[in-house]
Structures are given as structure tokens and as C-alpha cells.
Design a protein. Structure first.
Lengths: 310, 540
């Protein structure tokens, strides 16, 4: 048991933090392997940040335990943090300090950061380190937080909604950085409330709802609960392939009014695209529902109050 | 109107705190008056005479009292003089917070996005502070009335209201002046710049009583107009024109602030130096200073420490000069020679300098410690502590490093003040023993650490309430030295006051018992704060 714990990047056992009134985190049993990129998904207030703060020993669990690389997060918190790069959910305020001073101040607490690594990260995100923190836009503040988490090349990255405030280009750059970190041997624990985000980078995903872990799945399994709301508009006077659309795999709840088709697509788009291959489509809009909507949709269909399908 | 209510809500703790402080201050001084002033007319007259003599030594800070043999005159002198300073500090903190602090927190942007004009926003803030300061100032009058009633006398409600109105008008003028200065500077230095201006205006007025060359410019100071009214003692007066001048200053400065606010960008001062064209820099700092524990904390605070050190050195030199100019005329009075000889055992300058300078230095060191504790609680509230603790450092190490950084900073400031006093007294020909001066100056470090240890414990327990509670602790600590002897409180109760524990080291040497108690408070306070810090949730 102890040997197994030593090799796991993260292991929690019945980890709970009870804030009363049903809020908090309850009986979390979670294992993250080394060099794995683990996505931690859940709607706002589901307990993602509470889990992360327990791992970082910022808050004391009500019960249960958490280990990082075999080290007890509470008892060995200093040793744990030596191995961790942390990006908090809210970037703290550093007032009039310059970006490079923030890095020097926090990096100094680890004995200094490698100047080459810092420069490389700042260049990748085009982050001017000579500017004062209060002059930074929210995106630049987030970039600084990313530099702080990655600059000492940690074994484990714990990132709380890391792409919040980043524009799409910088999001892509961040995903590349994650892949490189993983190739270099790092483990990543990343929280998000956006399903598509974790698809970019994660090997496995854990889904949290109301403080309870309801699903842990590989990315492929995730596609089964992945749904899109689709609206197709056909050219006036053209034929709408209604039967093909309704019979396409994964297409549900199709409604047809005039030349507009609205439906839900579960899983991949290929069957639907095949169904409309010969039709004259003038517009196709696909929207991703929120995680909460997915949960509600799932629960209303199955009446399952406990967990998502394995 | 909703903007004014919102502004009142934002400042509700300040209003409640200062109202309570003003009420307690006047109530205790009024109750204390009946303990010390005697009961017969002759006793009261003798008390009034001795108060006038005592007050003549402090004209550099407070105006001479009128009829200190009456409860109105005594409380006017003992409470309202100090409250003027406290209300000015409150106005400074509130106005710089409203002008630039709320801007940094995004509150100003949110308010303007609702369609509120900048003029309306400024007016709502001024109006809310006017209402809040008036409530707090009237609470002072209530404390006096209750204290006097308890002593079997009565105070005119009209006089109490007039005194409250003058105090509120002074606070409002300081608020508006801070508001306008905050528009002209960057957010980073707004409070400091306004603080320097208000302190200068205060000193121009108070020093003009000692240095006559300043009389010609004291009309610039709102504190001058405040002092022109003393409505509480019998025969006192309410100067309506001076009070209206204070209100006019508030209105004109408030209008100027609104105009300046209308012409500047959010987040920027009204006037900015043209930005130099430069390319982005991606290089971090390589200075080893940031890697060494304690040194990085001192380095991070370097600008503030330099300002504190320079300010204390300058004030020290001024106090030496003032001591000489006050004492010399007194020494020339033959009748007072035996009194001085018996009272100060030949060390006239040392005794008086110790009394003048170290009284002020204690207050400044308490303020320094409180500002550092405010920083600790802000680190917690802003999320910086969470990021600091995400590094491989224990919570105990964080507390210990904070304590050492504060001790180092206090020692640096004390040294600057001590050297300035030593050099100035040497050039003034005042024979102050250097060894005593060094000991007394160094004693300011554990004195500051007493407040820091208390603040550290409070910050570990409840960071949001820390500054209010620590301010209350400092006030109570000061109050014990003020009223403890009057009410004949037991010695052990008076030993709760850091001011009492400090003693009079320049005149009488360091009180070893007091020093030991201070060290015990420091050790227990920081040890307890480590234990509390280890057990609490951060960032939750």
C-alpha cells in the first residue's frame, strides 16, 4: 500500500472539507498517476478549488487524507510544495511591484529561478516583465501566474482554471506548454469548468458535482456524455433530409420547422454530417452546453442521482 | 442617493469605530476630570493653574487651553485636540481609499458603468463622509455630556454640537484636500502624497506658535481654523467664520477633485510624465537580495523604510530644536530654577527631550507596526499569502520572517531618529548622554514589536478584523497611561500598556522590568500566532 502511494502523483482517501449547508468536498477518493494530465471538471462551486487547496495545505480537511508523491499534504507540506508548481484560481494583487520583482520575490523563496527558463516563458507569452503589476491587463496577470507556476520546472503542476482570461492564441500556447511539461516528466492536475478545454490536453478527467466525484473517465469515454446543440438551416426550396437526420447515430431531440432543424448531437459529428452530405446547408451552428446542463440532461433522462455511467 | 448610501455602507466600520473612539475618549476624560481636579473652587483653580503650566510645554502640538479648571475646558484640551489629529488621519485613509483604492478594486468602474457621472460619484463620497464624520464628532459631544452629568454638572448641548460641527468640518476639509491630491498623483503614492501635505499643514500651524516666521503662512492650514473655535469651556467661543472657511475649503477642494477626476483616465493621474518608448523586457532579476530570507522582505519595503527613517530623523531634529527654544525661556525665570533643580536633577534638556521626543516617537513606532501588520492582513486578503505558502516554506517560517523584517525595519528607523537627535542636540549644545540616548532609541524596537506580536496574533486569527482590533488595542494601551493614574488602577493593569512599559528611558534609564514584560509579550504573541496560523485555513 505504501509503495503504491509513493509512486502515485496524487492520492486522496475519503478527503472531505465540510463548509456546512451542503457546501464543500465529500469523501473524495482520487488517484493521479505520474506523468498524467488529469482534468478536474465541475461547475462553479462544485469543490474544485477546495480540493486544490487541500492538496496545497492551504485548508485543513475535515476528514480523510491527501498524499502527493507519497508525502502527506498536511504533515509534509513543505516537502510537497518543493515538488509542486501552483497556479491559484484568483491571481493575487502585487500592486506596484514589477513583473520581474514578483518573480524574483517568489522565486527567491525557492532559492531562485533559472533566468533562462523565466525568459523563455515570458517570451512565449509575450509578457513584459519590466511593467508594474497594476498596469497589467487581466490576461497578462494570468500569464505572470503561469510563469510563476512553471518557472522552477516542478514534478507536479496544480493549476486552478489556468486559461481564465487568456485569449485563444495564448490558450494554444499554454496547451503546448502543458504537453511539453508532460513530455519532460511532469504530472498535471488541471481544474476547469469548460469541457472542450480538457479535451485539448488531458488523459483522464474527473467530474465533480456538489462536492462529490461523480465520474472519472479516459478522454474517449468522455465523448459519450459530450453533447452539442446544433442548428442547421437549409436553402429555401431545397429538400430537408429529415429521415436521415433523425436516424443518424447520436442525433436526438430533432425538431424541424420551416427549413431549420434543431437537434442534440451526442458524441461525434460524423453521422450527422453524413446525413446532410447531399443537402444544401446555408448555416450550421453548434453550441456546447454547460457542464451543469449536461448533468441535468443526463439526470433527467436516467433518474440517476449518484454517478454518471462508467 | 443610492451612491451615497453605498458610500456610507463602504465606510460603516470607520464611522462606527471613530464614533466609539470619540465617545470613549471624551467620556473617560470627563470622568477623569472629576478624579483629579478636586471638588472645591480652590482645588479646581490650583488644578487649572497646573494644567496651564503643563500645557505651555505642549503648545507645539496643542493650543493653550481655556479654563482647564472646568470639565468643558479640560475635555476640549485633552480630547478634542487629539481627536482633530485622529479625524484627519481617518479622512486621509478614507479619501485616498475612495479616490484610488476603490478604483484599483474596480468599484469606481462599476459605479460609473451604471450611468453615474464622475461629479455625482465624487459628491456622493464627500456627502457620505460628511454625514459619517458628523455622527462620529457628535458622539464625542455625547460622551462629554454623559461624563459631566455623572459628575453632577451640565454641559450646554449647543456647545457640544458646535464642537462636533467644527471637528466634522475639519475632517471634511482634510477629506476633500486628500481627494484632490489623489487625483494628481499615481495610485501608488496617493496616500503618501496627501499625508505629507496634511502633515505639513498641521506642522505649519502648530510650529507657528514656536517659530514666529510661520505665522504669515498658517492661514493656509485647516488646523488653524479648527483651533479658532473652543466652544466647550465657560467663556469659550465658536468662530462661525472660521468654521465656514473649513466648509468652504471642503467644497472648493471637493469641486476641484471632481473636475480633475472628470479630466483624467481611470487608473492614471491627471498629469503624467510622457512615457519613454522602450521595448518589452523578458528578463528576470538576478539580484541575490531576493534569495535571502529577511533581506528580500527588507528590500521589498525599502522605499517605505527610507521614507520612515528620513521622516523620523527630520522630526527628531525638529524636536531637539523645539526643546531648546521652549526650555531656554523657562530656565531664564529665576523663580522656576529651584523647581527645575528638584524635578530634573540637573538634567533639564535630557528630561524634557526624553518627554517630548520619545512620547511622539512611541506613537510613530506604534503607527509603523500597525502599517506593517496591515500589510500582513492585506497579503492574506489579496491572495498573496496563498502564493507565498505555495512555496516550500512553513507557516512558522513566514511568521518568523515577518517578525524579523519588522524588527530590522524598526531598528533602521530608530537608528536614523537616534542619530539625528544625537547630532542635533550636539549642535544645539544640549548635553544628552549618548549611552542613554542609544538605549532609549533601541527600546523603541521591542516597543514596536509588542504591537507587531499582538497584530500577528490577530492577523493569524482574523485578518479582516485585525486593523480595527489592533487600533483599539493601541488606543486602549495609550488610554491606560492617560487615565490609569487618575483612577488609581492597579500597577498590573497599567503594565498592560506598552506605553507604560516603555517608561522614561532617556531620563531614568531603561526599566528592566518593563523590558522583560515587553519581551514576554513579543515571544508569547508570535508563538501563539504561529500556533493559530498553523491551524487556520488560508484563502478560504
Amino acid at each position: 500500500m505504501l509503495r503504491e502511494m509513493a509512486v502515485m502523483a496524487i492520492r486522496t482517501s475519503k478527503l472531505s472539507k465540510d463548509y456546512r449547508l451542503g457546501r464543500g468536498l465529500f469523501d473524495l477518493d482520487l488517484v493521479v498517476s505520474p506523468q498524467e494530465v488529469f482534468g478536474y471538471l465541475g461547475p462553479n462551486g462544485s469543490g474544485k478549488t477546495t480540493t486544490i487547496r487541500c492538496l496545497m495545505s492551504m485548508i485543513r480537511p475535515t476528514s480523510g487524507s491527501a498524499h502527493v508523491f507519497g508525502l502527506d499534504c498536511r504533515r509534509d507540506s513543505v516537502a510537497v510544495k518543493r515538488k509542486v508548481g501552483y497556479l491559484p484560481g484568483d491571481v493575487p494583487q502585487f500592486g506596484s511591484l514589477r513583473g520581474r520583482e514578483v518573480i524574483a520575490y517568489l522565486g527567491g523563496m525557492r532559492g531562485g529561478a533559472d533566468p533562462k527558463v523565466v525568459r523563455n516563458l515570458a517570451e512565449r507569452f509575450d509578457l513584459d516583465l519590466s511593467r508594474r503589476f497594476r498596469e497589467y491587463s487581466s490576461g497578462n496577470k494570468q500569464k505572470l501566474a503561469i510563469v510563476l507556476a512553471f518557472m522552477h520546472q516542478p514534478d507536479l503542476l496544480i493549476l486552478d482554471e489556468p486559461t481564465s482570461g487568456l485569449d485563444p492564441l495564448n490558450q494554444q500556447e499554454f496547451y503546448s506548454l502543458l504537453r511539453e511539461a508532460r513530455e519532460d516528466g511532469a504530472t498535471v492536475f488541471l481544474s476547469s469548468h469548460i469541457l472542450s478545454e480538457v479535451e485539448h490536453v488531458c488523459d483522464r478527467v474527473g467530474i465533480l458535482r456538489a462536492g462529490r466525484l461523480v465520474k472519472v473517465a479516459h478522454l474517449e469515454e468522455l465523448r459519450h456524455i459530450r453533447v452539442h446543440r446544433v442548428e442547421l438551416e437549409f436553402a429555401p426550396g431545397s429538400i430537408v433530409p429529415e429521415a436521415q437526420i433523425r436516424s443518424a447515430t447520436g442525433v436526438e431531440d430533432a425538431t424541424i420547422a420551416d427549413h431549420i432543424v434543431r437537434c442534440t448531437v451526442r458524441g461525434g459529428f460524423e453521422p450527422l454530417l453524413e446525413a446532410i452530405r447531399n443537402a444544401s446547408v446555408t448555416s450550421l451552428v453548434s453550441a456546447e452546453p454547460s457542464l451543469e446542463e449536461i448533468f441535468l440532461s443526463y439526470y433527467s433522462e436516467t433518474g440517476n442521482a449518484g454517478a454518471l455511467p462508467e | 442617493m443610492s451612491a451615497t448610501w453605498f458610500a456610507l455602507r463602504l465606510g460603516r466600520w470607520g464611522i462606527a469605530g471613530f464614533a466609539a473612539l470619540a465617545f470613549v475618549s471624551t467620556l473617560i476624560q470627563a470622568l477623569g476630570f472629576y478624579q483629579v481636579a478636586g471638588h472645591t473652587a480652590a482645588e479646581r483653580a490650583a488644578f487649572g493653574q497646573s494644567m496651564s503650566v503643563l500645557a505651555s510645554r505642549f503648545t507645539v502640538i496643542l493650543p493653550p487651553p481655556i479654563r482647564p479648571d472646568t470639565v468643558g475646558g479640560y475635555v476640549e484640551y485633552r480630547s478634542y485636540g487629539g481627536l482633530a489629529l485622529l479625524f484627519a488621519v481617518w479622512a486621509l485613509a478614507s479619501a485616498s481609499g475612495a479616490a484610488r483604492g476603490d478604483e484599483e478594486r474596480g468599484l469606481v468602474e462599476a459605479a460609473l458603468a451604471t450611468g453615474l457621472t464622475r461629479l455625482s460619484l465624487t459628491a456622493s463620497r464627500v456627502l457620505a463622509f460628511a454625514a459619517g464624520s458628523l455622527v462620529a464628532a457628535l458622539a464625542a459631544g455625547l460622551g462629554l455630556i454623559l461624563g459631566a452629568t455623572n459628575g453632577g454638572e451640565s454641559i450646554s448641548v449647543g456647545s457640544a454640537v458646535e464642537a462636533g460641527f467644527v471637528l466634522a468640518a475639519l475632517a471634511l476639509s482634510c477629506y476633500s484636500l486628500t481627494l484632490v491630491i489623489s487625483q494628481l498623483t499615481s495610485a501608488r503614492i496617493a496616500t503618501a502624497a496627501a499625508g505629507v501635505v496634511l502633515l505639513s499643514l498641521f506642522l505649519v500651524n502648530t510650529l507657528s506658535r514656536t517659530f514666529t516666521s510661520l505665522i504669515s503662512v498658517r492661514w493656509l492650514s485647516p488646523f488653524r481654523y479648527y483651533e479658532l473655535s473652543q466652544p466647550l469651556p465657560p467663556g469659550g467661543y465658536f468662530d462661525g467664520r472660521a468654521t465656514l472657511t473649513l466648509v468652504a475649503i471642503a467644497l472648493v477642494a471637493g469641486a476641484a477633485a471632481a473636475v480633475a477626476f472628470a479630466f483624467r483616465d481611470l487608473g492614471s493621474p491627471l498629469f503624467r510624465w510622457p512615457a519613454r518608448a522602450r521595448s518589452a523586457s523578458y528578463d528576470g532579476l538576478t539580484s541575490p537580495a531576493w534569495r535571502i530570507a529577511v533581506l528580500r522582505g527588507v528590500w521589498d519595503r525599502r522605499l517605505g523604510l527610507v521614507v520612515w527613517a528620513a521622516g523620523l530623523a527630520g522630526l527628531g531634529a525638529i524636536f531637539v530644536a523645539m526643546t531648546r527654544s521652549i526650555i531656554e525661556p523657562l530656565l531664564s525665570i529665576q523663580a522656576l530654577a529651584p523647581y527645575f533643580g528638584g524635578f530634573v536633577h540637573g538634567q533639564v534638556y535630557t528630561t524634557f527631550l526624553g518627554f517630548f521626543w520619545f512620547s511622539v516617537a512611541q506613537l510613530l513606532f506604534a503607527a509603523f507596526a500597525i502599517t506593517q501588520v496591515a500589510r500582513w492582513s492585506a497579503e492574506d486578503a489579496d491572495g498573496r499569502l496563498e502564493l507565498i505558502l505555495s512555496n516550500p516554506r512553513s507557516r512558522a517560517a513566514v511568521v518568523i520572517e515577518r517578525a524579523i523584517v519588522l524588527a530590522f525595519g524598526a531598528a533602521l528607523i530608530a537608528a536614523a531618529g537616534g542619530v539625528a537627535v544625537a547630532v542635533a542636540s550636539h549642535y544645539q549644545g544640549m548635553n544628552v548622554p549618548n549611552e542613554r540616548l542609544a538605549g532609549a532609541t533601541l527600546l523603541l524596537v521591542p516597543f514596536a514589536l509588542v504591537f507587531a506580536a499582538t497584530g500577528s496574533l490577530l492577523a493569524a486569527w482574523n485578518p479582516r478584523a485585525t486593523i480595527g482590533l489592533l487600533g483599539g488595542f493601541a488606543f486602549c494601551s495609550y488610554l491606560i497611561t492617560e487615565v490609569g493614574p487618575f483612577f488609581k488602577w492597579p500597577e498590573w493593569v497599567q503594565d498592560f500598556s506598552a506605553f507604560k512599559l516603555f517608561g522614561t528611558p532617556l531620563a531614568d534609564g531603561i526599566d528592566r522590568g518593563g523590558l522583560l514584560i515587553m519581551v514576554a509579550i513579543i515571544v508569547v504573541g508570535f508563538a501563539a500566532s504561529i500556533l493559530v496560523m498553523e491551524r487556520r485555513d488560508v484563502g478560504a
